[in-house]
Design a protein around this ligand. Structure first.
Ligand code: PEP
Ligand code: MN
Length: 472
């Protein structure tokens, strides 16, 4: 199969999981050809730089933080939400860098994470069965607005652009400066122990920066050791990359562009060209759409971007290796990240087998733990939630299973949010954590329209846990 000719549209010859049926195909084609003419959101040089840094993750020289909302919504594309998300990602990565003394590669689930895979085509709302909500780029959350509308793809392009523009602006204007980490909105954190732990780090960091400055050893960058070439980060003072699930293949195809190889950034032959998905630096294929002979894997195998593959309990060892052979036949480093998401109760049954199989195959991969998607449950009050303890349990199991197999966990993939309400309170979507969120408190500020996210405090709890593990 992998020998057949690839093109940005060759996926159309395969069965498409999670297909969206647009009633007006002509309208869809018009919108897609418009999108195809719009400028790229990200560039090949940025994408190559991420591949290079993910190769460092594979060699255990860096740690990957992949995080953000389950799904973005058009309404949540606001200054406050975006800066809160970036602030949380920066705070989280700072804690990791401090504890691990390792560079952190930051990839946000941001600037295009709109589409959602659904387990059922319909859902029951207010006593009636309606088509499922598939994400803001497909249909509306309002049960009366569930017909797929192609205009939403165009709207997704512009919301992604606005988001990315603001992120680039923030990161080139000193927001990420390690000299002012308190700007990342820690003011609302009420837990005195969390605050004081974070302040210890920022104080230590500030002393270290002063010291390096005094002896002339500062470069103004915190991740020099693993970059290709010199200069500033991809989005300013620190490196930051965007990602989304590559679910809507019509969209992905329209954003795929062919570029002549730039030898300096890719190390590829200058005679050839490559196809880049220019809507995000990193794309992942979901656990529901990674069929070996399916459309998604066909699309993914042809793009140059680094990709993630969600690995759940239903994926067999041999099937995993077959997948790797298709998407990375030349075993290139930096290309594949495996994002495991078994569930705390299942990780022990599957992870070691997957690690051993990959080892035997000789495929270079980064292993990342997603402790969220195998651990979703419904609360007594009917809300979708996750238990902090279960999330930590899958994460710590992953760390120890990797160690027992002579492997190493290279990163985490989380659904979290720094969002605050008008009174400065965090969301209440996951149970537990140092704030001991109870089932009765879930309804207080439950804002996700998709999967439940860790709030600011719960996320820092996870960051300290990983950071302390590094120190051991
Ligand atoms: C997700 O990451 O939002 C997701 C749907 O994950 P998975 O494909 O692992 O279920
Ligand atoms: Mn999710």
């Amino acid at each position: 199969m992998a020998d057949s000719i690839w093109s940005p549209s060759s996926w159309k010859t395969r069965p498409v999981a999670q297909i969206v049926n647009y009633p007006d195909q002509q309208h869809l084609r018009r919108v897609l050809s418009k999108i195809n003419t719009l400028p790229p959101l990200v560039t090949p040089a940025e994408i190559e730089r991420l591949r290079f840094q993910l190769a460092a993750v594979q060699r255990n020289e860096a740690f990957l933080l992949h995080a953000g909302d389950c799904a973005e919504s058009f309404d949540a594309c606001t200054q406050q939400n975006i800066s809160a998300k970036i602030g949380l990602i920066l705070s989280f990565s700072l804690i990791l860098i401090w504890g691990g003394r390792l560079p952190v590669v930051r990839i946000g689930r941001i600037a295009g994470q709109y589409a959602k895979p659904r387990s059922s085509g319909t859902e029951r709302i207010g006593g009636r069965e309606v088509p499922s909500f598939r994400g803001d780029n497909v249909n509306g959350l309002d049960p009366n607005d569930r017909t797929p509308d192609p205009e939403r793809l165009l709207s997704a392009y512009f919301h992604s652009t606005a988001t990315l523009n603001y992120v680039r602006g923030l990161l080139t204007s000193g927001f990420a400066s390690l000299h002012h980490p308190r700007d990342w909105s820690l003011s609302h954190v009420r837990s005195p122990s969390l605050r004081s732990e974070f302040e210890k780090i920022t104080q230590g960091l500030s002393d270290a920066l002063d010291f390096s400055h005094t002896i002339g050893a500062d470069s103004g960058r915190e991740n020099i050791p693993f970059e290709r070439g010199g200069g500033r980060g991809v989005l300013g003072e620190v490196d930051f990359y965007t990602s989304h699930e590559g679910l809507m293949l019509d969209w992905e195809q329209a954003m795929t562009r062919e570029f002549k190889n730039d030898v300096a950034s890719s190390g590829l032959s200058p005679q050839q060209s490559s196809f880049y998905n220019t809507s995000a630096h990193f794309l992942w294929v979901g656990d529901r759409t990674r069929q070996l002979d399916g459309a998604h894997i066909e699309y993914f195998r042809g793009i140059r971007n680094p990709i993630g593959i969600k690995v759940g309990p239903s994926l067999g060892n041999d099937e995993l290796i077959n997948l790797l052979e298709i998407v990375n036949p030349n075993k290139e480093s930096g290309r594949v990240t495996l994002i495991t998401r078994y569930g705390a109760g299942k990780v022990r049954d599957h992870l070691a087998g997957h690690i051993e199989a990959v080892k035997r195959s000789g495929h270079p991969v980064a292993w990342v733990c997603d402790p969220m998607h195998g651990n979703t449950l419904t609360s007594g009050g009917g809300l979708k939630t996750r238990n902090f303890g279960t999330i930590i349990s899958e994460l710590t199991s992953c760390i120890s299973i990797h160690a027992a197999c002579g492997s190493r966990l290279g990163g985490v993939s989380l659904e979290f949010t720094g969002e605050l309400n008008d009174e400065g309170f965090s969301v209440t979507e996951c149970l537990g954590g140092s704030m001991e969120l109870s089932e009765e408190q879930l309804g207080l500020r439950y804002q996700s329209f998709c999967d439940p996210r860790l709030n600011f405090e719960q996320s820092l709890d996870v960051a300290f846990l990983i950071s302390n593990h590094f120190k051991e």
